[in-house]
Design a protein around this ligand. Structure first.
Ligand code: NAD
Length: 272
């Protein structure tokens, strides 16, 4: 359903890999609400080809960019302004990857080259995107920038491995850059801390299937879906949330504020 919430707005969306991707859903919903979009992803993700389908569906140009490469980001930002015909109103950073997780390295046995690579892709890239946008004065006044995160940044989830550290860094960058972008341009910067969601990145986490059920039963509203995450993201891109900035916003059905639920207690049976 369209309310025209993003009518006339222009945005860049990172991270749509396939139709399960959270970024994919955000692109669809933002388009539905009237936005014009440039899609981007790592050159390697282009080879899978699915992003082209999304581009055609929502009339978006696709510009490949490795989010760790300043050269690629400069090209992306300048070309996007040309294509969209002006400054950018919103950016979604929906990128995550841990090489240690991929290679099956335990958190206590990291390969630090992998750690640095994962940190660069998952967290430092957020700073790089914003620094590049600022350098080219690419954001509109009162624009909105959002990155996706997970609660393992704040509490221990052992199998989330070094992605937990990456997400802590990401959330800190949102606060620190949000301060400077707010003062300079009234641009707001937030992270959305999403429920576990079945996607390519999500399923890389060990024991993900049981974990997603646990999270569901620990959330009074149940796990939030990717579609609902996209709806929430769209509100943050809209003018209805202009004074929300430098926040880590939980979109998790209440999980983050729940100690235990009756459903989980019942799993352990009667104490008598
Ligand atoms: N799925 C979950 O359970 C969950 C929960 C909370 C937060 N998140 C976060 O949501 C975001 C999106 O992940 P998703 O679950 O939709 O999975 P996904 O696998 O669909 O998306 C991850 C994206 O990162 C992109 N990427 C990887 N390396 C890149 C690089 N060098 N440059 C540019 N892009 C690169 C991938 O191509 C992919 O499109 C991530 O930040 C993830 O950590 C996911």
């Amino acid at each position: 359903m369209s309310n025209g919430l993003l009518k006339g707005k222009k945005g860049i969306i990172f991270g749509a890999l396939n139709s399960q991707s959270i970024a994919w859903k955000v692109a669809e919903k933002a388009h539905e609400q009237g936005a014009e979009i440039v899609l981007t992803n790592a050159p390697i993700a282009m080879r899978m080809g699915e992003i082209k389908e999304l581009g055609e569906k929502i009339g978006a140009t696709i510009i490949p960019a490795d989010a760790t490469s300043i050269e690629d980001l400069e090209n992306l930002i300048t070309k996007s302004m040309e294509i969209l015909g002006g400054k950018i109103d919103f950016i979604l950073h929906s990128i995550g990857m841990s090489v240690n997780v991929r290679k099956g390295n335990h958190y206590t046995n990291e390969n630090y080259d992998y750690t640095l690579k994962g940190l660069d892709i998952s967290a430092l890239s957020f700073h790089k995107v914003m620094q590049t946008a600022m350098k080219f004065d690419a954001m509109s006044e009162w624009g909105s920038i959002v990155a996706l995160t997970y609660i393992a940044s704040q509490r221990v989830f052992p199998d989330y491995n070094d992605m937990a550290d990456n997400k802590s860094y990401l959330e800190s960058v949102a606060r620190s850059f949000g301060y400077h972008y707010g003062i300079k341009k009234h641009v707001r910067v937030n992270t959305i801390s999403q429920s576990p969601t079945v996607t390519t990145a999500g399923s890389g986490v060990k024991g993900f299937d049981s974990f997603i059920d646990y999270a569901d039963q620990m959330s009074p509203l149940g796990n939030a879906s990717a579609d609902d995450c996209a709806n929430y993201t769209v509100t943050l891109f809209s003018d209805l949330t202009k004074y929300v900035t430098m926040q880590n916003l939980y979109h998790d059905g209440g999980y983050s504020n729940t100690g235990v639920t009756q459903k989980v207690i019942d799993k352990f049976g009667s104490a008598s």
